[in-house]
Write a protein that binds this ligand. Structure first.
Ligand SMILES: O=C(O)CCC(=O)C(=O)O
Ligand SMILES: [Fe+2]
Length: 201
């Protein structure tokens, strides 16, 4: 069990259906440009969430919140299509609690090298779904100083970060702007499904 990339896994119709779901979710929970803790510098991408827990950032840190910080309303539920993909590809016996949605609008949109480490448990894999422009994705190892490699991730591709790769450093260097026509205004959407709390049995 480790890292898996399933290139072009979802067909065009499934991609469009996911895009429609994201557009609907964004009506309820608007995309927001967070700022980074301490520096207060804005991210180059916009974010929203579905689920009982949404990943947020502000001057005081990175964390999960049950509500959208601007509207104060709970995040919309994670759509069944995404729950199905989670169960199919992760085999994890519990539901994901967060679907973080990143919107990379175009040139200059990136996500620097980081680990997903704000969750209470790292037992569950992370499921990553890409829609729209190809991303130049960077994957390293468990330590920030480990060597990294970069590779293209196209629209409809799925990545699974399971086992040790759950805590590998990763990021997005840039988009190949204009490589996909899926999003009406161009750019890329990325969905990551996450388990946040430790399941109680
Ligand atoms: O956009 C991507 O593919 C990566 C997203 C990511 O690493 C994150 O949201 O933590
Ligand atoms: Fe990440």
């Amino acid at each position: 069990m480790g890292f898996r990339l399933l290139p072009d896994h979802l067909n065009r119709e499934d991609q469009q259906a996911l895009l429609d779901l994201v557009m609907a979710l964004a009506q309820e929970a608007p995309f927001t440009r967070y700022v980074m803790p301490r520096t207060g510098r804005p991210f180059s991408i916009d974010m929203t969430n579905a689920g009982s827990q949404g990943w947020i950032a502000d001057r005081s840190g990175y964390r999960y919140s049950p509500v959208q910080p601007v509207t104060g309303r709970p995040w919309p539920a994670i759509p069944a299509t995404l729950l199905d993909l989670w169960h199919t590809h992760t085999g994890y016996p519990h539901e994901p609690e967060c679907c973080l949605i990143n919107h990379y609008r175009g040139e200059g949109a990136r996500l620097s090298l980081h680990r997903d480490e704000d969750e209470e448990t790292f037992d569950a894999p992370i499921l990553n779904i890409s829609l729209g422009d190809t991303a130049v994705f960077r994957l390293g190892g468990p330590k920030r100083t480990d060597p990294t490699r970069s590779f293209p991730v196209t629209s409809g591709s799925i990545m699974i970060f399971a086992g040790p790769s759950r805590l590998f450093y990763h990021g997005v260097d840039r988009l190949r702007v204009g490589s996909s026509q899926l999003l009406p205004d161009g750019g890329r959407l990325n969905l990551t499904l996450r388990r946040v709390t430790r399941p109680t049995r």
